[in-house]
Write a protein that binds this ligand. Structure first.
Ligand code: PHE
Length: 452
């Protein structure tokens, strides 16, 4: 069997893990989920869940990968041979979830591509012709355009993955991240100087618990799992490429912190602009696309700024998509040895492409199809992230919990040279063994009550 690749550098691991975690989830999904759930109280809950439950679960997934040196499907099969047989389905569920999420993620990545090209065009045409409002409306009305953009995105993703983890990715990601951080910083300062800022800060950071619903807890949990890429098997795959001397808990915790900070920056950046343009619904998936381009087109040098910003955002989305496709490919490769990696990648891309049709046509051909007042893409997002993802993440966690003893977990977690890991172990243990599973079940239960 081919020797499994390992990260050449620790930096390589961070780039890919942070790159996979930080994507459209932070910049596109988080703001409108915050809008939907009423602001401050939800953000507070989100941060607590991300650090107290999300990070420990992320660490557990990295450990599963590192120990088994396999992707989630084979890892769960291996771990459930003697114990935890009840949770054997977790691996297959997370792989299926990855490919379906990849398909709808591709549609949103296509939207990013669209705005990127619009900014490019705006260099050559008078600004009144390109208004962000008409662009978004035109894009929404044209499902086939969305599908073509999603296909272009998938094609790019497949080509990168065909090149393989090591060569394809490590290099170029390191160039993009710093530029993106600078752009986000500039935008943050600009939107902070808007008149709406005090009102926004109150909305975002003053917790008004009366705005929460019974589902809010689960919405926060679902988003934490999505944004940290937990429950998809992505982190298991990345963990399987870790070197023996790498400390998974430190790595996992850092990834979770960086991702959470980026989400907070995203809301502080987007909401002042959204409040300024008072007619924008804060609860709609199009929030970011409604707000940012319009704002950017009205500031001096905005076209260039917009182009660079959307280019960086696109690369972040691409990076996350690579993580999703990588899960599917590495699982497929691990469970059968006959096909070539390239072939498997192309087939996975084709399956995702076919699935992409449903979310791409959501706002045009399928505009009449509604589930509880929600469009197809909104319903799909809710089904995948608020229902299936917590179940998949719980399954993976239970496989790890039941297949290892407390002593083994201690050996996985504690690094004798890191004193803090000894102090943290009992907390981590209680969280992954008891608090996490109970929390997920309780959150799902409350959401179920809310749905009836
Ligand atoms: N975490 C990514 C985001 O926030 C989405 C993602 C999920 C990527 C799972 C890879 C795997 O955009």
């Amino acid at each position: 069997m081919a020797k499994r690749g390992a990260w050449r550098t620790r930096f390589g691991f961070y780039l890919l893990a942070v790159g996979s975690a930080c994507g459209l989830g932070n910049l596109w999904r988080f703001p409108y989920v915050v809008g939907e759930n009423g602001g401050g109280a939800f953000i507070l809950m989100y941060v607590l869940i991300a650090l107290a439950i999300g990070a420990p679960m992320l660490i557990a997934e990295l450990i599963v990968g590192k120990n088994t040196r396999r992707s989630i499907l084979v890892a769960t099969q291996k771990l459930t041979q003697e114990k935890a047989g009840l949770f054997r389905w977790a691996g297959s569920l997370s792989v299926c979830l990855s490919i379906v999420v990849l398909s709808y993620y591709s549609v949103i990545s296509g939207w990013v591509l669209h705005f990127m090209t619009q900014f490019l065009i705006s260099f050559f045409s008078p600004p009144e012709i390109i208004t962000a409002k008409t662009n978004l409306a035109a894009l929404m009305a044209n499902g086939w355009l969305q599908w073509i953009l999603a296909s272009a995105h998938l094609l790019i993703t497949v080509v990168v993955v065909v090149k393989g983890v090591q060569e394809g990715l490590e290099r170029w990601i390191s160039y993009i991240m710093p530029l993106f951080i600078i752009l986000v910083g500039i935008l943050l300062m600009r939107s902070f100087s808007l008149a709406s800022t005090p009102e926004v800060l109150r909305f975002l950071f003053y917790p008004d618990f009366s705005k929460l619903t019974l589902s809010s807890l689960n919405h926060a949990l679902g988003h934490v799992l999505f944004t940290l890429s937990v429950g998809f098997g992505t982190m298991v795959t990345f963990g399987s490429y870790m070197r023996q001397e790498d400390h998974a808990p430190t790595a996992g915790f850092r990834v979770a912190v960086v991702d959470t900070v980026i989400s907070l920056v995203a809301v502080v950046m987007i909401f002042p602009v959204a409040f300024q343009a008072s007619n924008v619904p804060l609860t709609d998936p199009s929030l970011m696309f409604e707000v940012l381009p319009r704002y950017l087109l009205n500031i001096p040098g905005g076209a260039l700024f917009g182009l660079t910003f959307f280019l960086c955002l696109y690369l972040a989305a691409l990076n996350a998509s690579i993580g999703l496709l990588e899960v599917v490919v590495s699982n497929w490769m691990d469970s059968q040895k006959k096909m070539e990696r390239g072939q498997v990648t192309w087939y996975s891309g084709l399956i995702a492409l076919a699935l992409t049709l449903i979310p791409a046509l959501s706002s045009s051909v399928l505009v009449g199809v509604r589930f509880h007042g929600r469009s197809v893409i909104e319903a799909l997002d809710s089904l995948l992230i608020n229902w299936i993802l917590p179940v998949a993440a719980l399954g993976i966690l239970m496989v790890y919990n039941l297949s290892t003893t407390e002593k083994e977990k201690e050996a996985d977690f504690v690094d004798r040279e890191k004193l803090v890991s000894q102090t943290m172990f009992p907390h981590w243990y209680v969280i992954i063994r008891w608090v996490g599973p109970t929390f997920i079940i309780a959150a799902l239960f409350l959401q179920m009550i809310d749905s009836f």
